[in-house]
Design a protein around this ligand. Structure first.
Ligand SMILES: *Cc1c(COP(=O)(O)O)cnc(C)c1O
Length: 394
């Protein structure tokens, strides 16, 4: 095994790869076998009891899935990792593992749409108190944490207006009351941000997005201490939201270029955000790399790069403006996804916040003309030229 830690670019390529290579293969095999046979019953027992490494049954663990978990674990600098079939699979497993009736969770209003549904619809059914704070009001979040809670759940930057929360500050506040801190690091990726180093207890990803990077596989992953990960793994093996070995292989392969892709996306997104900010048809650009962004200072402290995600609001603040503008883009998929090699655009009105009324979206600070822009790895000048010709109608 290679010495750790490696430079992230090297780690993306080599971490987790070496454990399961067989017969000289240079790539991790996709192991489709559901079960694993043992001639020695005592060895079988030792593996089943977790005393020896190995695999028993595919809903629990799998070699290809394990290689993927190892790659993410090492990039996040964690003791342990486990995975699930989707980002929501790992988020729901985590929240239902960590919370019991009568307990309290403090989070922010701008979490991912699916996460927000768990907070507003499902956890209250189990008599779990949910407090959702204004995402950028750190004094309020701190005050709510200080009242006592069991879990603090954060996301940074958030979807779709890229709000930034101070992970170190809120982790400190959480630990004072004995709460466990969970951070959704999907937008930042381990290349730009390592929440565990900032004080969080658990860091999770929708691997469907930047980690896989090719919009062809779903997955979720979480990293943290061996004790916490064992509890989440135990719940996930029983609820059955297991990551498929073929998806794990695609994610593993996609991750080999993660550092390269993120470096390109960081650089492109900053230039594009600056271009859009200066365009007369654009009212406002939300990108943590811009000095005008409310979270720029915190982002500069806790992130190594500002990521590929941004959103912008048109001067003509109507959904009709979005309807006319989006189809004009040549080098962008109009789709409900993000984090891929292709640039992807989507208005929150049709994607993350489709279930809200225009009034509700406005109350959440999401204007009708907001467009979420996930920067791909295309040539930066091509992307700017594409935006230029599409914005020419205004
Ligand atoms: C997409 C996404 C999720 C959910 O992931 P799935 O793989 O679609 O279940 C969670 N958090 C964030 C920030 C996301 O963008």
């Amino acid at each position: 095994m290679s010495k750790n830690p490696l430079h992230p670019a090297t780690g993306c390529v080599w971490y987790g790869e070496e454990t399961y290579l067989m017969q000289g293969a240079t790539q991790v095999p996709v192991v489709h076998s559901v079960s694993y046979g043992y001639e020695d019953v005592d060895e079988w027992l030792a593996v089943a009891l977790g005393e020896k490494p190995g695999h028993i049954y595919g809903r629990n663990t799998n070699p290809t899935v394990h290689a993927f978990e190892e790659k993410v674990r090492l990039l996040e600098g964690a003791e342990a990792a486990t995975s699930a079939s989707t980002g929501m699979g790992i988020i729901s497993s985590t929240l239902f593992t960590l919370l019991s009736p009568g307990q309290r969770v403090v989070s922010v209003k701008d979490t991912y749409g699916g996460t927000n549904v768990i907070f507003t619809e499902f956890l209250p059914r189990f008599n779990i108190e949910v407090m959702l704070c204004d995402t950028t009001d750190h004094d309020q979040i701190e005050a709510e944490i200080a009242k006592g809670c069991d879990v603090v759940y954060l996301e940074s930057p958030t979807n779709p207006t890229t709000k930034v929360v101070n992970i170190a500050r809120l982790s400190k506040a959480a630990h004072k009351v004995g709460a466990t801190v969970v951070v959704d690091n999907t937008f930042a990726t381990p290349i730009n941000q390592n929440p565990l180093q900032l004080g969080a207890d658990l860091v999770l990803h929708s691997a469907t997005k930047f980690l896989g990077g090719h919009a062809d596989a779903l997955g979720g992953v979480i990293c943290g201490s061996a004790g916490l990960i064992a509890q989440i793994y135990h719940y996930r093996e029983i609820n059955g939201a297991t990551l498929h070995p073929m998806a794990a292989y695609l994610l593993l392969r996609g991750m080999k270029t993660l550092e390269l892709r993120i470096r390109q996306q960081n650089a492109s997104a900053l230039k594009i955000a600056q271009y859009l900010e200066s365009h007369p048809a654009v009212e406002q650009v939300f990108y943590p790399g811009l000095a005008t962004h409310s979270g720029h200072e915190i982002a500069s402290e806790q992130m190594r790069g500002f990521g590929g995600m941004m959103s912008f609001m048109l001067k003509e603040n109507t959904f009709d403006a979005v309807r006319r503008f989006v189809p004009r883009l040549q080098h962008a998929h109009a789709a409900a996804n993000l984090g891929a090699v292709e640039t992807i655009v989507g208005p929150p009105a049709t994607t993350s916040h489709v279930e809200c009324t225009p009034e509700e979206r406005a109350a959440m600070g999401i204007p009708e003309s907001l467009i979420r822009y996930s920067t791909g790895i295309e040539n930066t000048d091509d992307l700017i030229a594409d935006l230029e010709q599409a914005l020419a109608i205004f």
